[in-house]
Design a protein around this ligand. Structure first.
Ligand SMILES: [Fe+2]
Ligand SMILES: [Fe+2]
Length: 333
């Protein structure tokens, strides 16, 4: 969906996102970013692209994510620049590669291939998945799926462009959870946890389980937290942030509290908890926003998560800044 706004509103969003005054809290900058994302136009791409000068890896990885979700090839040069920058935080580079996958231009394939041997595991795994995504989009099933999604009558459960489509037959909006047998969930769980399969296939099972969304599917997804890939685990936490099932709270709290877990995974767990926003998560978010041993990205994520928690518990109309007509689902990466 796109929205039109005045130049003054656009300027205000830019100043907020880029923190020109120097006193805009991070969570407000995030809200402005989500509003810009919902505009889905060249102005928003131009403004979002300026944010990569910032020092916050958390903010920058979200910028890259939003550029991918806008799905315009005009964002490819800036995303490529981010991926190519060896001094950029790996979480940001990962998100840039993933965004290139979401935009799905064939010309991105050779660039992504260059990073299949990147020293950072999350970056090379992301490139592997992004290439597979772009190639899948060109298959007959990919083309058919795009047609279905363009149909006016198609109402997706989740509006995000995911790194991998759900397993065939389980695309968002397709079979109702109650029509899914336990044996189907077991089969998807097996695919999800099978380290010998390509990550793209495992991700397809992950998004299929998200689309099913029942407590049994949540349990299957939670088993993924014992994997050794930080990328894979952070995506499980992301999916929980979309599902918003209170059933996932205990495992997400465990991840957040685990000081030996990768920051990227803990960050995603914190934000998922902020979105789920049940009363028991609040003290944990407050704790990790204040703790001295909290890594910057975890602390900042808890700050954003607290804002999400308050929003969810406030009855506010929308989680974004400044635009009444910019429908902005509360979903961060
Ligand atoms: Fe990510
Ligand atoms: Fe993230």
């Amino acid at each position: 969906m796109s929205s039109t706004i005045s130049n003054t509103q656009l300027k205000a969003l830019e100043e907020s996102l880029l923190n020109t005054s120097g006193n805009i809290p991070l969570h407000d900058r995030f809200r402005s970013l989500f509003t810009l994302k919902s505009l889905k136009n060249e102005d928003s791409i131009r403004i979002i692209s300026k944010g990569f000068q910032d020092s916050s890896a958390l903010l920058k990885h979200e910028l890259a994510y939003c550029l991918g979700q806008i799905k315009s090839p005009s964002a490819l040069p800036v995303l490529e620049c981010v991926l190519r920058n060896p001094s950029e935080d790996s979480m940001v580079r990962h998100e840039a590669a993933e965004a290139m996958g979401a935009i799905s231009a064939t010309k991105s394939i050779p660039i992504l291939e260059e990073y299949l041997s990147d020293p950072d595991r999350s970056v090379r795994e992301t490139c592997e998945i992004a290439i597979a995504r772009i190639e899948w989009d060109k298959t007959e099933e990919g083309a058919k799926t795009e047609e279905v999604m363009k149909d006016e009558d198609y109402i997706p459960l989740y509006t995000s462009i995911d790194p991998a489509p759900a397993t065939s037959g389980l695309l968002a909006g397709a079979p109702k959870p109650e029509e899914i047998s336990q044996s189907k969930i077991d089969e998807l769980r097996e695919q999800l946890l099978d380290g010998k399969r390509p990550l793209f296939e495992r991700y397809r099972a992950m998004f299929a389980l998200r689309n099913i969304g029942s407590p049994a599917a949540v349990d299957a997804l939670a088993a993924g937290f014992s994997d050794d890939s930080a990328l894979f685990k952070h995506e499980i936490a992301f999916v929980f942030g979309q599902l918003l099932s209170p059933h996932s709270v205990p495992c997400l709290l465990q991840v957040l509290q685990n000081g030996t877990e990768s920051d990227m995974v803990r960050h995603e767990a914190a934000e998922a908890l902020g979105g789920i926003a049940t009363p028991e998560v609040l003290p944990y978010l407050k704790e990790w926003v204040a703790r001295e041993d909290s890594p910057v990205v975890v602390r900042e994520s808890c700050q954003v998560a607290l804002d999400m928690w308050e929003y969810e518990n406030s009855g506010e109309f929308q989680y974004a800044n400044g635009l009444e007509n910019a429908s902005t689902p509360i979903s961060v990466v």
